[in-house]
Write a protein that binds this ligand. Sequence first.
Ligand code: SF4
Length: 278
Amino acid sequence: MKTIYLCAICNVSSGNCSEDCAFCTQSAYNGAKIDTYKQKDEQIILKEAYLAKQNRASGFCLVTAGKGLDDKKLDFICHIATKIKKEIDINLIACNGTATIEQLKELKKAGIGSYNHNLETSREYYKKICTTHGWEERFQTCLNIKEVGIKLCTGGIFGLGESNEDRISFVKSLQELKPTSTPLNFFHPNPKLPLPHKIMDTNEALKWIRYTKEKLKNSIIMIAGGREITFKDRWMEIFDMGANSIVIGNYLTTKGDEPDRDIQTIEKLGYSIAQNCQ
Ligand code: SF4
C-alpha cells in the first residue's frame, strides 16, 4: 500500500525580507499585504507542533524569512527545536535560508533531522526571479546539508515563467543533489508580485510532477504551496503521478485546505499515512 507523508510548516518569522525574490510575498521589494512579525511566540510554535502531530504530520518545519541564518536565528531555532523534541515525537525540519557547515552542525545537535533549502528553479532562469543573491549559493547550501549528514529537502516552484528547458535543467540539478525529499510548489499569483498573474494549467502541472518523479525515483515528492489553486478538486491525481507527500494546513502566507479533509481523501483512496519520516 502506498504511504503518504504529511508535513506541516510554521512561519517562525514573517515578511520584511531584504531579498527581491519575485515569487515571494515576504520580500519587502514586493510590498504584498501579509502579516509581518520578527519572531513568533514560543508557546504558539509549540501549540502548532502539537497540532501538526495531532494532524498526523510526520514532519514539522520551522521556517524563517530572509536570505540565511545569522547567530540570533540560529540560537532561536536551536532553542525551540530542543524544546519541541523534548515534548513531541516528530521529525523537525529547519528552513532558514543559506547556511554554513558550522551552523548546520549546531542545528543537527539541537535535533533538526532535515533541512529545506530550495533551488527554486533552473540555474539559468534564477537571475530573472532574484537579483540579490545567486543560485550557486543555494546549491552550495544543499551540498553543506549533505556534508553534515542532515537529510536534504530541496525542490522549487513551477509556473514562474520558466521554459520547459529551464524545468528540465532544474530537475537535472536536483538529480545531482539526490535529495531525501523534493518539495514542488506551484506559483500562487498575488497582485503585488512582479510575475504574470497566471495559475499553471492542471494537466501541465501533473505532467511535471510525473517527470520529476521519473527522474528522482528515490526521493519523496512533496506537493507544497499552490496545490489547492492549481489542482482544485483534481488534487488527488498528484498521487497517480508519483507524489507521495503533501503539506497540510496553512502555508507561509496563504491558507491551505483543512487537514482533516485531506486525510479523509487520502484514506478513501486506500493509501496509508506515514507514522514517521524515513
Ligand atoms: S524566498 Fe526567502 S529570501 Fe526570498 S524574499 Fe522570500 S523570504 Fe526572502
